[in-house]
Write a protein that binds this ligand. Structure first.
Ligand code: MLT
Ligand code: MN
Ligand code: ZN
Length: 304
């Protein structure tokens, strides 16, 4: 299976349009050790022809242009995207759906019913899309493996996890099973397994089990410290309150990833522009490297 990182930044991207934090300033002035990044999304395929788009970032059009496999040009109107799946209802993972409105059929879309609800009420993207291509909704079942029509060779399963629902959700700060999910994808021929969770606020036994069973984990890399946004004056919320486990400190992501076998590939994604790991020469980035942890970048390709 091929996993193509279309976008590796958290909401806002890198640089963020209105941000002059040291990192955004550095990437804007062309620092050789800061790479620009679009908002997080991946494409997954077993045959390199038919792709599952996991999350639809506001940057999806730029991401499709940058990855020609998603435009195979077999007909006047065509796409390599066979289905779209959403991990949550957040703006950075869903508003790209509007950019796909010219699809020739209803957009095959997989998400949890709670995400569908948020995207039909608080942020009614599905209702708007009904005036264009419409949505062919498939309810994401939790903990039961399933296949998706048009995506040969892949077996999928979603599990509930603790992160946060968007501000326009009635479940904001009141997590419900399904408003945030992690995704396991298994290549049916090689048996190799990916675990994807761009938002992961707290480790729970079933999530940890899924990570241990994987050959590659592509997980939440939003912030380095719990109070990163507060100490910069960028927000009043801690990382954990926003639904993102920080990397450093007790119970942080590094500590968890350290417990995985060395054979598991460990990659961080959904990285916020304030996170010092975006500076490839920072001590924090060197710490990750010393722990065998990679940082996803746009265009990164993982083969399993
Ligand atoms: C998050 O991951 O917490 C959200 O995407 C934040 C945002 O809306 O930018
Ligand atoms: Mn986000
Ligand atoms: Zn910034």
């Amino acid at each position: 299976m091929k996993i193509h990182v279309l976008g590796s930044a958290a909401g806002g991207g890198f640089p963020q349009w209105n941000c002059n934090c040291p990192q955004c300033s550095a990437v804007r002035t062309g620092s050789p050790h800061h790479r620009p990044r679009t908002q997080s999304s991946i494409a997954v395929s077993a045959n390199s022809q038919d792709w599952l788009l996991v999350n639809a970032s506001p940057d999806v059009l730029q991401q499709i242009k940058a990855f020609p496999a998603l435009q195979p040009a077999r007909a006047l109107r065509d796409t390599g995207i066979a289905a779209v799946m959403l991990m949550d209802a957040q703006i950075d993972h869903t508003t790209g759906l509007l950019m796909l409105r010219e699809h020739r059929q209803k957009l095959p879309l997989w998400c949890h019913p709670l995400v569908r609800e948020d995207l039909s009420t608080g942020n009614p993207l599905f209702k708007v899309l009904d005036h264009y291509c419409g949505v062919d909704f498939h309810a994401l079942s939790l903990d039961t493996p399933f296949d998706i029509d048009g995506l040969p060779g892949l077996s999928l399963s979603a599990l509930p996890l603790l992160s946060n629902a968007p501000p326009y959700s009635p479940h904001r700060d009141k997590p419900q099973p399904g408003d945030n999910v992690g995704l396991s994808v298994v290549d049916q021929s090689s048996g190799k397994r990916l675990f994807y969770a761009p938002g992961l606020g707290q480790m729970e036994p079933h999530v940890w089990q899924a990570m241990q069973a994987s050959d590659c984990v592509l997980v939440d890399g939003t912030l380095w410290t719990d109070d990163e946004m507060i100490s910069l004056g960028a927000s009043k919320k801690t990382s954990r309150a926003m639904g993102h486990m920080p990397q450093s400190g007790d119970g942080g992501m590094i500590e968890w990833l350290d417990k995985l076998p060395a054979s598991v590939r460990k990659v961080l994604i959904h990285i916020n522009n304030t996170n010092p790991i975006l500076d490839e020469q920072s001590p924090q980035r060197h710490t990750l490297t010393a722990h065998g942890i990679e940082v996803a970048h746009d265009g990164m390709e993982i083969s399993l």
